[in-house]
Design a protein around this ligand. Structure first.
Ligand SMILES: [Zn+2]
Length: 226
């Protein structure tokens, strides 16, 4: 990991995290993973891995990862799913969450946020930044995706989706993440979005599972506590 906060090439950063002195980056195709990151094996679930002394995680399989160990950076990978990087107000506690439709339907944002609050100082505000993911433009889904999301999000699913043809909807995963964050008590001004580009449209900048299939590369995203 970089010990200083100099930007690492190939990574996108956001002022909500940078202003707290938190080293972080959302990877593009050009990004090389910083060394020494603690990373879980992602399974589209809701389990949370926590960094322990020595830079290891307390469990292997997880889709949210937490660190409040100084110098221990954490990371997740995505190819169209939503990467979310979060930090406590002081920057002393951070989280990285991998949220696709399965994780969102199961509640991975809530579980990751809950675990972060456990290690943040009491009453400390949390900031969250949503990274590049597949946009509504390229993400069409059918009932097996919409039904479990409707169970979790109810009326909030409607503004995040639009009927495209019989039995199909275009879906905005990032908007569902925002709905989950706000429902969990995050202020809207504490939520940043770096999703100006869709990973499936952005051929030059991003890997995309929808575009490239199972051989798609992965984008690496990392964050390190202050
Ligand atoms: Zn697109």
């Amino acid at each position: 990991m970089n010990g200083d906060s100099a930007p690492v090439p190939g990574f996108l950063r956001h002022p909500l995290l940078a202003d707290r002195g938190v080293d972080h980056g959302f990877g593009t195709r050009a990004a090389l993973a910083p060394s020494g990151l603690a990373r879980p094996r992602q399974v589209h679930g809701v389990n949370v891995a926590r960094a322990v002394n020595g830079g290891q995680l307390d469990r292997e399989e997880a889709d949210a990862v937490i660190s409040h160990r100084p110098g221990v950076g954490i990371g997740i990978v995505t190819a169209d799913c939503v990467p979310i990087l979060l930090a406590s107000q002081s920057g002393g506690a951070v989280a990285a969450i991998h949220a696709g439709w399965r994780g969102l339907a199961a509640g991975v944002v809530e579980s990751g946020l809950g675990a972060l609050r456990e290690v943040a100082k009491p009453q400390e505000e949390i900031v969250a930044v949503i990274g590049p993911h597949i946009g509504r433009c390229c993400y069409e889904v059918d009932a097996p995706v919409m039904d479990p999301l409707h169970l979790r999000f109810g009326a909030a699913l409607e503004p995040a989706s639009a009927s495209s043809r019989p039995g199909h909807h275009r879906l905005d995963l990032g908007q569902l993440v925002v709905a989950d964050l706000i429902r969990s008590g995050i202020e809207s001004e504490s939520i940043g979005i770096l999703a100006e580009a869709c990973t499936a449209c952005g051929v030059d900048r991003f890997h995309s599972y929808r575009r490239e299939g199972s051989g798609a590369g992965r984008l690496i995203h990392y964050i390190q506590p202050r």
